[in-house]
Design a binder for this molecule. Structure first.
Ligand SMILES: N[C@@H](CCC(=O)N[C@@H](CS)C(=O)NCC(=O)O)C(=O)O
Length: 303
């Protein structure tokens, strides 16, 4: 079953998955999507979910990078990369990083280098549309986003913490890479490698650790046209749902699932699978047919 990653180059959460794919050595297909909605192809696959990355395994669609990490952990036989199977301590660490440091990174990366790269990769009009889109995303978010000054403080405290951790071990939670490393790498990649901000150089152990992850690269990547991805979904059947996933009075009901923090757009479908960790919705799309769309429960709501 081929792994299809729907992503765009500047997306930090996509970089988390690209780096994970590089580390696992799994082969994958890359479908480049727009930096902002509308994304009609993804609408066919994931319904209303509008965040990036999205991963497709045949007719199974995985929304949210931590949920994808579970699949990659399974496919590469490396439980340390699974979010669901992470220790509570690692889960809490990842949650904190993704709730605060990612936004702090995005604000801190802003500057000449990022603007130059953005202008080289999109038209002026698209850049204006992107800025407007992100302004609205922030305005409608239910979480408060840090300003530029607070962002720098958050990042510095985070970098101090990482530098201390890396004094004791090669990686954040021991001598092997875990999902926590990848979840921490992507916002710093955005600041240091995309934004070309030099202040991370004051943290030598963090720099060396980032270089080590970067050296794994993005692995065996093959480009794929968007309509090919749709054909893969159309020609596949969603995975069977185990009986243990059907133990809920809501099974068979039409439900809406949406993120609770930002880009809270809704995907509607029939609930066909439930665990403590996730929900699976069945959708029918006129072009691709039947799909199973997988969502984590953390920071999502079902109604
Ligand atoms: N919790 C999500 C967060 C994904 C996320 O925020 N992605 C950003 C891009 S890195 C996004 O979707 N931004 C709005 C957009 O691209 O339209 C995950 O882990 O996948």
């Amino acid at each position: 079953m081929s792994i299809v990653l729907h992503h765009y180059p500047f997306s930090p959460y996509s970089e988390k998955l690209r780096a994970l794919l590089g580390y696992t050595g799994l082969a994958w297909h890359s479908v480049i999507t727009q930096e902002m909605p509308p994304r009609p192809l993804l609408e066919s696959l994931a319904g209303g979910y509008q965040r990036i990355p999205v991963v497709q395994l045949g007719a199974d669609i995985f929304c949210d990078s931590n949920l994808v990490a579970n699949e990659l952990a399974e496919l590469s036989n490396n439980p340390l990369l699974s979010h669901e199977r992470s220790t509570l301590e690692i889960k809490a660490f990842i949650r904190e990083v993704e709730a605060t440091v990612v936004f702090a990174g995005i604000f801190s990366a802003n500057g000449k280098a990022l603007r130059r790269k953005a202008m080289a990769s999109m038209s002026k009009l698209d850049l204006i549309r992107l800025l407007y889109d992100r302004f609205n995303l922030g305005r409608k978010a239910s979480v408060s986003l840090p300003g530029a000054k607070a962002s720098r403080k958050i990042l510095e405290a985070h970098l101090d913490n990482l530098e201390d951790r890396l004094l004791v071990n090669n990686f954040l939670f021991g001598s092997e890479l875990t999902l926590a490393d990848f979840a921490t790498y992507h916002p710093l990649w955005f600041v240091r490698d995309l934004g070309e901000k030099t202040f991370i150089q004051q943290y030598p152990r963090v720099n060396a650790w980032m270089d080590c992850i970067r050296e794994y690269g993005h692995g065996k990547m093959f480009e794929l046209a968007g309509d090919e991805a749709l054909h893969i979904a159309r020609d596949s059947e969603p995975r069977a749902i185990a009986d243990v996933y059907k133990d809920s009075p809501l099974i068979g009901k039409i439900v809406n699932v949406a993120p609770t923090d930002y880009r809270q757009t809704v995907t509607q479908g029939e609930l066909v699978g439930v665990t403590d960790y996730m929900w699976i919705l069945r959708r029918e799309d006129s072009m691709v047919g039947r799909l199973h769309v997988h969502f984590p429960r953390q920071d999502f709501k079902l109604a």
